[in-house]
Structure formats: structure tokens, C-alpha cells
Design a protein around this ligand. Structure first.
Ligand code: NAD
Ligand code: MN
Length: 373
């Protein structure tokens, strides 16, 4: 019998609300898939934990998580109570870098019946995946703030003479490595092969302005592409690429982007799915411990009202099952979600309904057990 140990971090705000529905639906799946063998262990880490203990998770948090097969996370952050740079860095970024989860995978395939923002496009013609690099780029947290007279100030200020007279300045470092670029690009090309769709990988770059980091990125992309002669490849500058996500989304198959551009592009592409409440995401470490989190945040504006859309968290759970090697249950869960969205009677306000988070979770759980396997 399979046995999958899942570490669950509900987190803050709607993170806890949507993860509760995720667990409900996964337990329903266990009823109809004998031997699925999921074992959940919950950890109360996040901003509540920080206010009590002065840290977002215990010092040995990563060590603890290292004993699990995978991680299912809701979302952390509570800007009113905990500084933003502490919250997300203390859990989400710590886990991504701690387990070297370099491929952030974000599928973009609109469900029938979901709201769709483009008037002249057929949502069913859109089917692509964005792979965002998850461990490097501008998110490595390096740099500094410098006051005039402080060591380092003159060096940075010298790039523009006008700065010499200026007040405080800040430097944020974007770190790119050959190894880091290569592995995420290989992941993208391998995925294009597995998908066997348009067999096209698009690299998001910006060499014209970012002359070191993006130059390395683009050089490695051309090198990696040579090893995949059966897959077409192309590059676009990030700004133009963002525009194409809106004007010609059906063009894409697999898009590979660095940490910052990928962050922006994936929220943009979520609008093609009906919003952040509908978009799934996984931080993948091939052969290691991956983390599955809906890409949305903790939504303080709607938290506690029971109206968060749990679909993103449910589709994220399906990605988790797939990565655990449980493909038929993953497909069954996606099927149940698609049915509920297509029928349309039960949906949360963000996609035009009046149902609660729990009602959507119940509807999908009921559908999971009703579908003929
Ligand atoms: P957010 O994703 O929480 O919310 C953006 C908007 O989308 C809000 O209007 C919200 O109501 C809506 N929304 C998001 N998810 C929804 C859902 N499932 N159903 C219905 N509506 C939904 O982004 P934000 O407001 O920029 O960030 C809020 C907090 O979350 C911050 O502390 C931020 O740092 C944190 N955050 C955490 C993660 C993470 O843990 N992975 C990711 C993003 C943001
Ligand atoms: Mn983001």
C-alpha cells in the first residue's frame, strides 16, 4: 500500500480556509481510491505563530519538514500585524530555497464555465504552462541600504553622479547561475516533450536592459535548446511577452521565466483562468521534497468571511497527487472540480456566485465520490 506523508501548513487568513477544503476533498478521494494512503500532519506556522514565538516557524522547521514526502501550504502573511519582508521570507521563501524547489509550475488551461476576460478569444484554445525559476534572481534577498557617508554608499552612488548628492539609496541583487538557469530550462524542455502539444518553449528575457543576469539566462537557454532539437524554442522580452499573454495566449506551450518576471506573468496568466482563486501552483524539486501552494496569498480583505474560492487549493492538491505518482486520483479530482465549475450552481463570489468556501469544498467532495472511476 502506498504511503505518502504530507506536511500541511495552513498558514494565515484564507490559507487556513482553503486548505481545510483541500483536506476534506483529499479525504473523500481516499474513500474511493483504496490504498491511496495519505497521512497528514499539520503545522501551525505563520503570522499567528510569529506573534507568539517571535519567529514564523521553529528553528528546526526545515529539518522537521525534511521527514515528509511533500508539503501542502495555504499561504502566509498578515500585513497589519507582521512586516511583509518577515512573513513570506520566513516560511514560503525559506522552504523554496531550503529544499531547492527550483521549478515553480503554473498551468494555464481555462475551465469550461469559468469567467474569461478576453472578448475575442476562445478560452478552450488556451493551454500552456509557466515555469518560474524559484531559487535565484532578484529573490535571493541580498543587497543593502546605504546612507551617505556609510561604507559602500560612494561605490553605488558613483554609477550616477547625481546620486552622490542624494539621500539614502538601496541595492537589490539579482543572482543568476549557470546551473540555476540550466536546470529550470531543462525542466521546461522536458515538460514540452511530455506534454507533446505545440512542442514550443518560450524564454522570458530582457537582455536589452538587464545586461548580465538576463544575458547569462539567454546564453544558457540557447545552449539547452540545442539538446532538444525536437522542441521548438523562441525568446521574448518580458514586456512584450506580457502583452502576448493578453493578445495571443493560444500561442504558448511552455514558458520559462526567472523569479521576478515569472511572479508577474503567473498572476497575469491567472486572470485567464478566472482569477487567483482558480490558479494552481507547485514548487517542484525533482526527486526531492516539493511544496504545493495555491499561488494566491492570504487575502486579508476577505479572510474570515468564508467566501474564499477553494478551487485554486483543490487543483493544487491535484498537482501534489500527480507529483506523488498518484495520477489517476489526480485526474479524478480535476474532473470533479471541472464538473462543479462547468455546472456553475455552486461557486464563490470572485467567480460570480454566492456560495461559501465550504459549499464549494462539499460539492467537489461529493462529486469525487459520485464519479464512476
Ligand atoms: P492575495 O492573493 O492575498 O489577494 C489579492 C486579491 O485577490 C485580493 O483582492 C483577494 O481577495 C483576492 N483573492 C486571492 N485569493 C482568492 C481566493 N482564493 N478567492 C477569492 N479571492 C481571492 O494577494 P495580496 O493581497 O497581495 O497579499 C495578501 C498577503 O498574502 C500578503 O501578506 C502577501 O505577502 C501574502 N502572500 C503570500 C503568498 C504565499 O504565502 N505564497 C503569496 C502571495 C501573497
Ligand atoms: Mn506572487
Amino acid at each position: 500500500m502506498a504511503h505518502h506523508r504530507v506536511a500541511v501548513i495552513p498558514g494565515d487568513g484564507i490559507g487556513t480556509e482553503v486548505i481545510a477544503e483541500g483536506l476534506k476533498v483529499l479525504r473523500a478521494l481516499e474513500e474511493v481510491v483504496p490504498g491511496l494512503g495519505l497521512e497528514f500532519t499539520e503545522f501551525p506556522w505563520g503570522c499567528g505563530y510569529y506573534l507568539e514565538h517571535g519567529e514564523m516557524m521553529p528553528k528546526d522547521g526545515l529539518e522537521t519538514l525534511g521527514q515528509f514526502d511533500t508539503i501542502y501550504l495555504g499561504g502566509v502573511g498578515w500585513p497589519a500585524k507582521v512586516p511583509e519582508e518577515i512573513a513570506v521570507r520566513g516560511v514560503v521563501l525559506a522552504i523554496r530555497t531550503g529544499f531547492d524547489q527550483y521549478a515553480n509550475v503554473r498551468p494555464v488551461k481555462p475551465l469550461v464555465g469559468a469567467p474569461f476576460p478576453l472578448r475575442d478569444k476562445d478560452p478552450q484554445a488556451i493551454d500552456f504552462v509557466v515555469i518560474r525559476e524559484g531559487t535565484e534572481g532578484l529573490y535571493v534577498g541580498q543587497g543593502g541600504r546605504y546612507m551617505p557617508g556609510q561604507a559602500g554608499f560612494e561605490r553605488w552612488a558613483s554609477f550616477r553622479p547625481a546620486f552622490l548628492k542624494s539621500d539614502e539609496l538601496a541595492v537589490q541583487i539579482g543572482l543568476y547561475s549557470e546551473h540555476g538557469c540550466r536546470r529550470v530550462m531543462e525542466y521546461a524542455f522536458d515538460l514540452a516533450r511530455r506534454r507533446n502539444g505545440k512542442r514550443l518553449v518560450t524564454s522570458c528575457t530582457k537582455v536589452n536592459a538587464l545586461n548580465y543576469g538576463m544575458k547569462l539566462w539567454s546564453d544558457i537557454f540557447e545552449e539547452v535548446a540545442e539538446a532538444y532539437p525536437d522542441i521548438r524554442h523562441e525568446w521574448m522580452n518580458a514586456d512584450a511577452l506580457a502583452m502576448r499573454f493578453v493578445t495571443q495566449p493560444e500561442h504558448f506551450d511552455v514558458v520559462v521565466a526567472d523569479n521576478l518576471f515569472g511572479d508577474l506573468l503567473t498572476d497575469l496568466s491567472a486572470t485567464l483562468l478566472g482569477g487567483l482563486g482558480m490558479a494552481a501552483g507547485g514548487n517542484i524539486r525533482p526527486g526531492g521534497i516539493s511544496m504545493f501552494e495555491p499561488p494566491h496569498g492570504t487575502a486579508p480583505d476577505i479572510a474570515g468571511r468564508g467566501i474564499a474560492n477553494p478551487i485554486a487549493a483543490l487543483l493544487t492538491a491535484a498537482m501534489m497527487l500527480e507529483e506523488l505518482g498518484e495520477t489517476p486520483p489526480a485526474r479524478l479530482l480535476e474532473h470533479a472540480v471541472a464538473d462543479v465549475v462547468r455546472e456553475g450552481a455552486i461557486r464563490t463570489p470572485d467567480i460570480g456566485g454566492a456560495s461559501t468556501t465550504q459549499e464549494v469544498g462539499d460539492a467537489v467532495a461529493n462529486r469525487v465520490v459520485a464519479i464512476e472511476p
